[in-house]
Design a protein around this ligand. Sequence first.
Ligand code: BES
Ligand code: MN
Ligand code: ZN
Length: 490
Amino acid sequence: MDFITRVAAPQSAAVDCVAVGIYADGSLTPAAKKIDQASKGAVAAAVKSGDATGKRGQAVLLRALPGVKAARVLLVGLGKEEDVTDKAYAEAVRTSVKHAGAGTKQLALAAGDWKVKERDAAWQARTLAVAARETVFRVDELKSKKDNAAPKIEQVAWLAEARDAAAERGLREGTAVANGMDLTKRLGNLPPNICTPRYLADQAKKMAREFDLDVDVLDRKDIEKLGMGAFLSVTRGSEEPPRLIVLKYQGAGKAAPVVLVGKGITFDSGGISIKPGANMDEMKYDMCGAGSVLGTMRAIAELKPKTNVIGVVAACENMPSGTASRPGDIVTSMSSQTIEILNTDAEGRLILCDALTYVERFKPAAVIDIATLTGACVVALGDVNSGLFASDDALADALLAASKTALDPAWRMPVQDAYQEQIDTRFADMANIGAPGKAGAIAAACFLARFTKAYKWAHLDIAGTAWKGGAAKGATGRPVPLLVQYLLSR
Ligand code: BES
Ligand code: MN
Ligand code: ZN
């Protein structure tokens, strides 16, 4: 699905379908009015008959209107005019794509008319591309028979009567975000026997070749040399070798980079503290932090902004075996701090802490780690907000602003010192878990905070937002929109 801008009056656009908005009180957007005039009242008649209500989510397809070049006109309900929220707008785009008619290959949306409070054409066009692409993502890569219910829309146009550079930029950004999200989703959905640490490394190398990025893949020996005792303790139980992946995008010479660090547990069985069997397959999604780092790097590599970004992925499996870590083991992290592993299922923080020490060498402007870190975060925030933890208020505010703009919500949670004593232990510098049932997401963030003193740091716990269960099971591609928005806004 491609995106272009088309300069034409709605009644003369040479496409298969033109989508125009109508409001819940039956009033028409300017493009709908033009279609109405050209067709001598066909739109008003559809409203008058009661077919087109303008209600949010409604779509009425009209065919072969006189005076209109496109074979189809889709009347899209926008709800109340004063109430076209960010979400309502994105919904209207998705509704348009879904109801454009099975024969439609080229769809044009007069979406510039769908005025959203405080949003400009660039935002509308960017959101249009992301929302439209969400409706066509497929998960049949490993099915021998493909789902052929797939919509056949090849081209979606931003239809306006004058050229609009902001809309063009928005479409370009939205396409890059959608491409990044698709990569993140695909990696998340791939099974753990295919999407291994080596597979993730191969994907990073492939991307580096395609977009001319620097890539460095460290193997077990390199990780040993670095003294990453915490990372190594997690991979010990697995036959799959670990990888530490470093991808660099340089768009601003020697400027300090933003570093993204992703949790890449390609399967989390829990290790010796093994998880219950029900839904354990879903722990293939435990590499979604890594997936979102790769997806974000892809979007950035495509957009080429004047900024520096480094993506780091710590990837391994968490498995039980005779060589696996035991509860009670004490390991030494790269930072020299010692950690008592009281639960081998709290493995994410163990791989992240060493990656977070490793990235000090880049003298980062900021470091953001992204991880499906805790079930406790899902309890606290569900699948709506990602948990945002930060040592720096300005960084937190910038990420929250980006999350609002990108329709990828996050909610700030505390990382106060008062929570630190939870992970104190008699036998080592810290334990890898806090008190059971108490502020588990914060305890995990407090653990990471002990390794991030050298720079401005934020942590996104995406355990609830990176994927969804149930009938529409799958990776969501979040928080790629948030991260790309943040990086572009700098
Ligand atoms: N990968 C899990 C967190 C998780 C849980 C992600 C549910 C997505 C959905 C993480 O490694 C984990 O197992 N965390 C434990 C920590 C506990 C042992 C302190 C948890 O949340 O139960
Ligand atoms: Mn775990
Ligand atoms: Zn995990």
